[in-house]
Design a protein around this ligand. Structure first.
Ligand code: ATP
Ligand code: MN
Length: 434
C-alpha cells in the first residue's frame, strides 16, 4: 500500500512525519532553502527544503523538478497560519514518481483560450478549474439532496430514442440497426412523464445532446440537465418548486464552497446572498411590453433572445420568471393556457447579471386531442409518439416539470462568463478534442 496523507488532512498530523504525494505546482529557490508547492487535489501545501537538513542526493534532485512532476515528499508537519492551507512540511526526503518536461505547456503566464482548450486535459489542473469542478460537484449533491428530501425518486431515461423530445432542428442522429434512425436525447422529459404516473415525483439527471449550430457563451452540444417531473402539480406549483430549488442551491454553494467562490474565483458573493425568495414574475405579455418600452422592436409571438433576457432581468437582483409564452415559440407538449389559448402554461427562469435562462419549465398538455393536434401541427412523426399519447388515454393527469441546465447554473454561481469552463471536457460546434 502506498503510504500517503492527503493535504487536506495535515491538521491531524502536526508535529509528526508524514508522506504526501502530488504534483509540483511551483518551485522557488533562494540560496540554501527551496520552497516547493505541492498539489494533490485536496489542497496545496508548501514544502520547505533546507540544504543542511537533506542529503546531497535529495538537494540535487530539486534540479529536475519541473512543473507538474509527480512526487512523494516526506517531512514534518508544522502549523503556519501564513502558509496556503495553514500548514507547511519541513522536508526530510523526496522521490520523483513521474518526471515532467521543461516544455510543460501550461506555464504561469496568460494563455489564449484556444490554446487552453486544446490542452484542456492539463488546464484542468489549475486552481480556477479545480474550484469550478468542486462547485459543480457540490451543486450536483445539493440537487440530489433537495429532491430526495422532498420524496422524489431518481429515474434514468434513455439516451437513444426514436422520439424527438424537444425540437427537430438540433438533433444528433445515428443508425440504429434495422430500426432506422435513433436520436440522442435532447431531454428525458417524455419518459419522465410516463414515470411520474408510476412514481408521482421523479427526476432524471444526465447528459443531453443538442446539435446547436450557433456559437454562444451558453450553448454546449452535450450538457447535463436536471429534470424533475411532478404529478398533480400545475404551472404555479412548478414555479414554486423551481424557486425553492434555486434558493437551496445558492445557499448550499455559499455555505460549502465559500473558499472556492471567494478566494479562487473572486466571486462577488453579495450578489449571491441577495438570491432569496420570492423571485419576481413577469408574464410574457409584460416582458414584451417592457422590452418595447426600452426601445426593442420585438413583436408579440417572438421568443426572447439572449439580449432580451438580459434586458428583462436587468432591474432585478434575483432570478426572474417569465411565464406563459406564445404557443409557437415553445415545444409541442406544453399545456394550452385555458385563459388565453394563444399561449401555453410555461416559464423560463432567467438568472441575474446577464447569465440568461437557467430553467425552462411547463405544465404538460394532458388532453389527448389537443396533444395530437400539436404533434400534427409540428409535423412530428406520429407513430413515434403512440406511447406518449397513451399517457393521455389511460388515466391522464395534470403534471408539470422543468429542465435546469447544470452548466449554466454553475457558470452563474461561479461567475464564469462562458459555460465551456463548467464541464470537464466541453463539446461545442468546433470542438471534440480532447
Ligand atoms: P435557449 O433558449 O437558451 O437555447 P432552451 O429554451 O433551448 O434554451 P430548454 O429546452 O428549456 O432550453 O432546456 C432547459 C435548460 O437546459 C435551459 O434553461 C438551459 O439551462 C439548459 N440548456 C438548453 N440548451 C443548452 C445548451 N445547448 N447548452 C447548455 N445548456 C443548455
Ligand atoms: Mn435552445
Amino acid at each position: 500500500m502506498i503510504e500517503n496523507v492527503h493535504i487536506s488532512d495535515l491538521a491531524g498530523h502536526v508535529g509528526s512525519e508524514v508522506t504526501v504525494h502530488g504534483w509540483l505546482h511551483n518551485k522557488r529557490t533562494s540560496g540554501k532553502v527551496a520552497f516547493l508547492i505541492l498539489r494533490d487535489g485536496t489542497g496545496l501545501v508548501q514544502v520547505v527544503v533546507s540544504q543542511g537538513e537533506v542529503t546531497p542526493e535529495v538537494w540535487a534532485r530539486l534540479e529536475e523538478l519541473n512543473y507538474e512532476t509527480s512526487l512523494g515528499v516526506t517531512g514534518t508537519v508544522r502549523a503556519d497560519p501564513r502558509a496556503p492551507g495553514g500548514h507547511e512540511l519541513s522536508l526530510t526526503d523526496l522521490y520523483v514518481v513521474g518526471p515532467s518536461g521543461e516544455d510543460y505547456p501550461i506555464q504561469l503566464k496568460e494563455h489564449g483560450v484556444d490554446f487552453l482548450l486544446e490542452h484542456r486535459h492539463l488546464w484542468l489542473r489549475t486552481p480556477r478549474q479545480v474550484a469550478i469542478m468542486r462547485v459543480r460537484d457540490e451543486l450536483i449533491k445539493a440537487i440530489r439532496d433537495f429532491l430526495h428530501e422532498r420524496g422524489f425518486v431518481n429515474v434514468d431515461t434513455p439516451i437513444l430514442s426514436g422520439a424527438i423530445g424537444e425540437s427537430a432542428g438540433t438533433l444528433f442522429s445515428t443508425e440504429y440497426f434495422d430500426l432506422g434512425t435513433a436520436y440522442l436525447a435532447q431531454t428525458g422529459q417524455l419518459y419522465n412523464e410516463a414515470l411520474a404516473a408510476a412514481l408521482g415525483r421523479v427526476y432524471c439527471f444526465g447528459p443531453t445532446f443538442r446539435a446547436e449550430k450557433s456559437k454562444t457563451r451558453r450553448h454546449l452540444t452535450e450538457f447535463w440537465m436536471l429534470e424533475p417531473e411532478v404529478a398533480w402539480c400545475d404551472s404555479e406549483c412548478n414555479m414554486q418548486l423551481q424557486e425553492d430549488l434555486v434558493f437551496y442551491l445558492v445557499a448550499r454553494a455559499l455555505e460549502r464552497c465559500r473558499t472556492e467562490l471567494v478566494e479562487t474565483l473572486e466571486r462577488d458573493i453579495s450578489r449571491l446572498e441577495s438570491i432569496v425568495p420570492p423571485f419576481p414574475r413577469l408574464s410574457y405579455d409584460e416582458a414584451i411590453a417592457k422590452l418595447r418600452s426600452l426601445g426593442s422592436s420585438i413583436q408579440w409571438g417572438d421568443d426572447l433572445g439572449a439580449e432580451d433576457e438580459t434586458q428583462v432581468a436587468q432591474d432585478y437582483e434575483r432570478p426572474v420568471f417569465v411565464y406563459n409564452y406564445p404557443k409557437g415559440a415553445k415545444a409541442f407538449y406544453m399545456k394550452e393556457n385555458p385563459d388565453d389559448p394563444r399561449t401555453v402554461l410555461c416559464d423560463d427562469l432567467i438568472a441575474p447579471e446577464g447569465y440568461g435562462e437557467i430553467i425552462g419549465g411547463s405544465q404538460r398538455e394532458d388532453d389527448y386531442d389537443k396533444l395530437l393536434a400539436r404533434i400534427r401541427e409540428e409535423k412530428l412523426p406520429e407513430e413515434a409518439y403512440g406511447w406518449y399519447l397513451d399517457l393521455r388515454r389511460y388515466g391522464t393527469f395534470p403534471h408539470s416539470g422543468f429542465g435546469l441546465g447544470l452548466e449554466r447554473t454553475v457558470a452563474w454561481i461561479c461567475g464564469v462568463q462562458h459555460i465551456r469552463e463548467t464541464i470537464a471536457f466541453p463539446r461545442t460546434l468546433k470542438r471534440m478534442y480532447p
